[in-house]
Design a protein around this ligand. Structure first.
Ligand code: ZN
Length: 332
């Protein structure tokens, strides 16, 4: 099995777990594993702590740079729909072989309804689909964010996503920025962690790059979900004024019903009085909602490996077997 297959499998596993709802912050008591940092770890984190940046990227209506954004505190019926565009080396190779990692149906619906939305692109996705990336950027209703270059974990455990060094994390942020800028001419100011996993040094890296980490507080659970009504019910039961909703635009079997779900969800949200904003517009409407963990660690349950098969200590059968080179004594 190639590394690419492992990486692609990891992304699929993350999406499957997203489908299970394990990502939802609302359900975190069942899914989130937060380990207390040891003294050595804490010292290490202090050593690695980057000096806080000065002003950083400007966010209209906000005087402080949010550490992590989960949503906005507001009484106005506004919501930010956000869509992730994952890509790793194996997916890129599959794309060269004809696979299409975009849910055209969902994208067309967003475009046709002139809905405001924020799309988090991996750098690799922007490289594989430069024309689509430009189409997205040229839509005045869309805003884009950085979703790393090739979707590794920035803190482990993170489902089955492999972790990378701090240096590689910093490189992933920069590579994605450059790739997205090369394809679209636009430099994102927001960053979303692959798998939603991060810690303090990872947050510092994002801030040092001049970006604001943006997560979510409503998981639509649209990945690998063939039931649009289920996606709609999930969002409608959790959405509040100022929510950020995570969805996927990767297409194929990864998000097969997102387009259908949007066709049901948008009219219902409109009926309830909601307006759709980009993340920037949402942050202008209210102060950002922060995670409650003061240690700034977010990691997710890693399924334990399956129990090892019992080791055969003694052969179950021995006897003479006629082979190509005559009779041999074999134990099995
Ligand atoms: Zn992702």
């Amino acid at each position: 099995m190639s590394n690419g297959v492992v990486r692609r499998g990891a992304i699929v596993a993350v999406i499957v777990l997203l489908l299970s709802g394990a990502f939802s912050y609302i359900r975190l008591p069942h899914a989130q594993v937060i380990t207390a940092p040891t003294a050595a770890h804490a010292a290490q984190m202090d050593l690695r702590d980057h000096p806080r940046r000065g002003p950083g990227p400007a966010v209209s209506g906000s005087t402080t740079i949010p550490r992590v954004v989960l949503g906005a505190a507001t009484n106005s019926k506004v919501v930010a729909l956000t869509f992730d565009l994952d890509m790793d080396a194996e997916m890129a190779a599959a794309a060269r072989g004809g696979a299409v990692w975009i849910n055209r149906d969902a994208l067309t619906f967003l475009e046709s309804r002139k809905l405001h939305a924020t799309l988090f692109m991996t750098g690799m996705w922007a490289e594989v689909y430069p024309a689509l990336a430009r189409e997205i950027v040229n839509n005045p209703n869309f805003e884009i964010g950085d979703h790393s270059y090739s979707h590794p974990a920035f803190h482990t455990p993170c489902y089955l996503l492999g972790g990378v060094s701090r240096a590689e994390q910093a490189r992933q942020i920069q590579l994605a920025q450059k790739a997205i800028e090369r394809s679209t001419g636009v430099l994102p100011k927001y960053f979303r962690f692959p798998g939603g996993c991060y810690d303090r040094p990872a947050l510092d890296l994002v801030h040092a790059a001049g970006l604001i980490p943006v997560q979510w507080n409503v998981n639509s659970i649209d990945a690998f979900n063939s039931y649009p009504q289920q996606i709609v019910s999930t969002v409608l039961s959790e959405v509040k004024p100022g929510s950020i909703v995570v969805m996927h635009l990767n297409g194929g079997s990864n998000a097969p019903s997102t387009g259908l779900a949007l066709r049901l969800l948008i009219p219902e949200l409109e009926k309830r009085g909601y307006q759709f904003l980009t993340v920037s517009e949402l942050l202008a409407a209210g102060t950002s909602i922060q995670p409650i963990d003061p240690r700034e660690v977010s990691e997710f349950y890693q399924p334990p490996p399956p129990p090892a098969l019992p080791v055969k200590s003694t052969p179950r059968w021995c006897g003479w077997v006629i082979g190509l080179h005559g009779r041999v004594w074999v134990c099995r």
